[in-house]
Design a protein around this ligand. Structure first.
Ligand code: ZN
Ligand code: ZN
Length: 545
């Protein structure tokens, strides 16, 4: 009852909005755009609060922060947090505003130093070399990178401190924009396996039992080395067929030779023809028996056997295919004629042995795996979105997951799968790894870096120097006259295009030149001041656009 009454109470029609209100309602996109600056400011202040929490630093009044408490309240610029008389924004003569070159579409930054070297904060005007331009071009051409908004006007801003002491007080550190080697790569997990062109499985060519196993797992073998001997009745049978065929050939050939001078006079010519046919048939039979043994890996030259007597012939055939140490050994006479050696067809290492003495085997039993481990295959799983940057021959570094050192194996991409995996949707990439020292092992996992770009002299700054305001990446560049006694303590906001992040540093594709000094640790303080001044005058970015 109560439920019914309560539900009845709630079913009250909502008052309809007047149609014009619906019409004027801003779109979602517009609302997001309008609230973006506020969001950015709030996000910045939250970041500052979090940082403060971690470093036991509480947000002081900006006046205390940037100038120290001013003695004379009248000489204080609230907006820029410096004494009014020193404020470069309020007294442009103290530091004239630099010429605004605007947007560089080639490099995606405002005030591009690569086109306008006069914008940099260096005492000597730098020379832009073709190598610097090519380096930026390589980075941009390789793959899409974080874009700056072409209407971001933060580069016009400057952050001023009242004195060196006030900077020290808030703990803003500086870093030199440096040149150092960086590598841009696709990172992918993978597994090492045997080179399938250098791996062989060995089995017996006849059914039988294993007479003796000769090699163990880990043994190094040369091409032709015996891995095991098989005792197979089939071998003995084929050998006796061969002996029989040999004796038939001798018999039929002798007969033919005896009849040849008699043909046409003493005996009819037909008999010679028949004798010739018998000899031919015996030869065919010999050839067949010989071929059957060749198929088992027991080649023999019938001509070599021609001069042997029956005993010698039988002994020769009995020991056919056996290695010299066994064939010439003291017990050679007692050896079975059924023995068939299983030989390796390549140089390598026995990586698997399934054969056991006395075991019954057939032609399907895989007895040994031998692999040449001087080259291994690395199979990497590359994400589909990275696959378009792959090319054959790309240098690859690989480190096993168990590796405690920086030792890496080098290889080159040798195959790229034309399709993605059904289940993982990853693209398989094969890398040939040289392993002459045998350090790498098959079936081990690790991480591969397929190298897309190697820059020996990339421009880098510490990660903490870079700030993203929601539309563009910026750094705070120290004024070139900063350390001069009477010059204003100013950091210039510079728009930058970032590249690779590596070991705590970020590559600057464009926006900074080597030698410039940027605010690094605690530069969030400058960002906070930038946000504060933006808050006063609306969003600095895209202002008035
Ligand atoms: Zn001012
Ligand atoms: Zn440019």
């Amino acid at each position: 009852m109560a439920a019914t009454s309560s539900s009845t109470r709630h079913v009250q029609p909502a008052p309809e909005k007047p149609p014009e209100a619906v019409m004027e309602r801003p779109s979602l996109a517009t609302r997001i755009r309008q609230s973006a600056p506020t969001f950015v400011v709030v996000a910045g202040l939250v970041a500052l609060a979090v940082w403060g929490q971690r470093t036991d630093w509480t947000l002081p009044k900006f006046s205390a922060l940037f100038g120290g408490a001013p003695e004379e309240a009248s000489d204080w610029c609230d907006e820029h947090n410096v004494p009014e008389s020193q404020c470069v924004e309020c007294n442009p003569k103290l530091m004239p505003v630099a010429k605004d070159y605007g947007w560089c579409s080639a490099h995606g930054v405002m005030q591009c130093p690569l086109e306008h070297p006069d914008v940099v904060q260096l005492n000597a005007r730098p020379t832009i070399t073709p190598a610097m331009l090519e380096r930026a071009q390589r980075a941009i051409a390789l793959r899409p990178r974080a874009e700056n908004n072409s209407r971001c006007n933060l580069h016009l801003k400057r952050i001023q401190f009242a004195s060196l002491e006030s900077i020290e007080k808030v703990g803003v550190d500086i870093a030199l924009t440096a040149e150092r080697p960086i590598v841009e790569s696709i990172v992918a997990n993978g597994e090492i396996g045997f080179d399938q062109t250098r791996l062989a499985h060995f089995s017996s060519r006849v059914p039988g039992t294993i007479w003796r196993v000769e090699k163990q797992v880990g043994d190094r073998v040369q091409k032709g080395d015996v891995l095991a001997f098989i005792d197979g009745a089939e071998v003995g049978r084929l050998k006796s067929e061969l002996l029989q065929a040999l004796s038939q050939v001798r018999l039929k050939q002798d007969n033919l030779e005896r009849l040849r001078p008699l043909a046409g006079s003493v005996i009819p010519a037909r008999e010679l023809v028949e004798a010739q046919a018998d000899a031919d048939a015996a030869y065919i039979q010999l050839h067949r028996a010989q071929q059957a043994l060749v198929n088992l890996g027991l080649p023999l030259d019938a001509n070599e056997l021609a001069g042997l007597n029956a005993d010698q012939l039988a002994r020769q055939i009995q020991l056919l295919g056996l290695p010299a140490d066994l064939a010439n050994g003291p017990n050679a006479g007692t050896l079975s004629s059924n023995l068939l050696p299983v030989r390796s067809s390549l140089d390598g290492v026995v990586v698997e042995r399934r054969a056991v003495d006395g075991e019954v085997v057939d032609v399907k039993s895989q007895l040994f795996d031998v692999a040449d481990t001087s080259h291994l295959w690395l199979m990497l799983n590359v994400r589909q979105e990275d696959a378009k940057y792959l090319a054959l021959g790309q240098k690859t570094l690989f480190r096993t997951s168990s590796s405690q050192t920086d030792m890496e194996s080098k290889g080159a991409v040798s195959w790229i799968s034309p399709n993605a995996d059904d289940v993982t949707r990853m693209v398989k990439v094969r890398v040939d790894l040289a392993n002459a020292d045998g350090r790498l092992r098959a079936n081990t996992f690790g991480t591969g870096h397929i190298i897309l770009r190697e820059e020996p002299k990339a421009v880098v700054v510490p990660n903490e120097a870079i700030h993203w305001d929601g539309t563009c990446s910026i750094v705070f560049v120290r004024d070139k006259d900063f350390m001069k006694a009477d010059s204003p303590k100013v950091f210039h906001v510079r728009s930058v295009r970032t590249g690779v992040k590596e070991n705590g540093a970020t590559e600057i594709v464009a926006g900074l030149l080597p030698g410039e000094i940027v605010a690094s640790k605690n530069s969030v303080v400058l960002e906070a001041q930038l946000l504060k001044s933006s808050l006063g005058a609306g969003c600095a970015c895209c202002q008035g656009k």
